[in-house]
Design a binder for this molecule. Structure first.
Ligand code: FAD
Length: 390
């Protein structure tokens, strides 16, 4: 049985960031990484953006092996024994550890229908499959108007494919953007040739004559070749739960990213942490958090931890438009939109009780740190105080 000073369960961006930080903090300690993915760690954001715009696949690899970590790929940990300090994978192999990191991320939510023609988009293999299919003259249905749905619909359309998008809400990104911005994105997507159906969910998918027949909630039937589902993720907490770790919307960690079980840490999409800036616990499913929190967890495991007080930012691309954002972006909050050019360039502030909770920088770049300062400021803020601020 290999016995590692540091055992990382998971092989995503968080795992990679942790391995690199451990290596800096502890040049000698042995690192083992066990990942259910058959590929070594890679960047996920390009899977729905840059790779569709011609970036070569070689660019996504994170070269985790340069840390000297031993990578056990295509292996899923199914049990952890915190007393015996060992983990077991689905093949029965065991791995000893002194410190263990759970960086297990999330799994796409699935539909209740089983079909070979549905892709739950998350991994490099999903990208390869969809990218190959997009070379053929096929018709695609994209379910969901969130981050993955909106990016994949754009990617497929840019590849010249016919795309119908089912968005159960009133508009693309309706849970995040103010209603007028969301409506303008519907229009923008339609201008780009996406058949956007708002207020339409999926009722059924059936194979018929080589096609997938998508039945919508309003009873329409849409024959397509492939369905791509972007329905969000659920955190992968099974192994943690089995090990007796406290779970509450993800794996609960303290500010040094420790769980309540000795020597077990968690970070990334799966971890629920306290954000002093927002005064609440949260789980963040974005790249900056994966990188920053993964590194913080690595340092903490190596005995050089500092409280994780980072307020992560995130970003997305929608055809030629894009944004960076930080804090709480919830369309139910009060918003103030400070447009330079309506729906094309501007800043949207999300407010609660006179304080800024979140900032959406719509085609505005390089202002994330200033936005963070506004969120940290007690305010009170009014539209007048915020106008032309960023
Ligand atoms: C297509 C796509 C585009 C994205 N674009 C953006 C973007 O533009 N901006 C942004 O901010 N964020 C983006 N994100 C989100 C960002 O990529 C995630 O927040 C980040 O990848 C999370 O990293 P993670 O390592 O915590 O989790 P994951 O990436 O989910 O990695 C978890 C890893 O753990 C492995 N695993 C799970 N369970 C086990 C187990 N029991 N045993 C062993 N291994 C296990 C999995 O195989 C996987 O390797 C995107 C995500 C996707 C999928």
């Amino acid at each position: 049985m290999p016995d590692y000073s540091y055992l990382i369960v998971g092989g995503g961006m968080t795992a990679d960031a942790a391995a690199k930080a451990i290596r800096v903090a502890d040049p000698k300690g042995s690192i083992g990484l066990v990942s259910a993915d058959p590929h070594p760690p890679y960047d996920r954001p390009p899977l729905s953006k840059a790779l569709w715009k011609g970036e070569p696949e070689e660019k996504i690899w994170r070269n985790t092996d340069a840390t000297g970590a031993v990578l056990h790929l295509g292996r899923r940990i199914t049990g952890i024994d915190p007393r015996g300090k060992q983990a077991t994978d689905a093949n029965g192999a065991t791995y000893g550890y002194s410190k263990l990191l759970l960086a297990t991320g999330g799994t796409p939510r699935r539909l209740k229908f089983d079909s070979e023609q549905i892709i739950y988009y998350r991994t490099f293999d999903d990208y390869r499959r969809l990218h190959a299919l997009a070379r053929e003259q096929l018709r695609f249905a994209v379910l969901g108007g969130g981050f993955i749905g909106s990016e994949i619909a754009a990617a497929l359309r840019m590849a010249g494919r016919e795309v119908v998008m089912l968005v159960p809400e009133d508009g693309i990104g309706a849970r995040v953007y103010p209603a007028d911005l969301s409506r303008s994105i519907n229009d923008y997507y339609r201008e780009q040739g996406v058949d956007v159906r708002t207020g339409e969910g999926l009722a059924d998918v059936r194979p018929r004559g080589g096609k997938a027949i998508v039945k919508t909630t309003s009873g329409k039937e849409l024959p397509v070749d492939i369905v791509v589902a972007g329905l969000g993720i659920t955190p992968n907490v099974d192994v943690a739960e089995q090990a007796g770790v406290h779970i509450d919307n993800g794996i609960v960690v303290d500010e040094l990213l420790r769980t309540d079980v000795p020597d077990i840490f968690a970070a990334g999409d799966v971890a629920n942490f306290y954000s002093p800036a927002l005064g609440t616990r949260m789980r963040v499913e974005h790249e900056d958090n994966a990188n920053t929190m993964g590194a913080a967890a690595g340092r903490s495991m190596a005995g050089q931890g500092k409280p994780y007080h980072h307020l992560p930012f995130f970003y997305s691309d929608l055809f030629e438009r894009g944004y960076e954002a930080v804090g709480e972006l919830d369309a139910r909050l009060d918003t103030f939109s400070d447009w330079k050019d309506p729906f094309t360039e501007g800043v949207i502030y999300y407010l609660k009780g006179g304080r800024v909770r979140g900032v959406l920088l719509w085609n505005v770049w390089g202002k994330v740190d200033e936005a963070r300062k506004l969120i940290a400021d007690q305010g009170p803020f009014t539209a007048e105080r915020l106008r032309d601020r960023l």
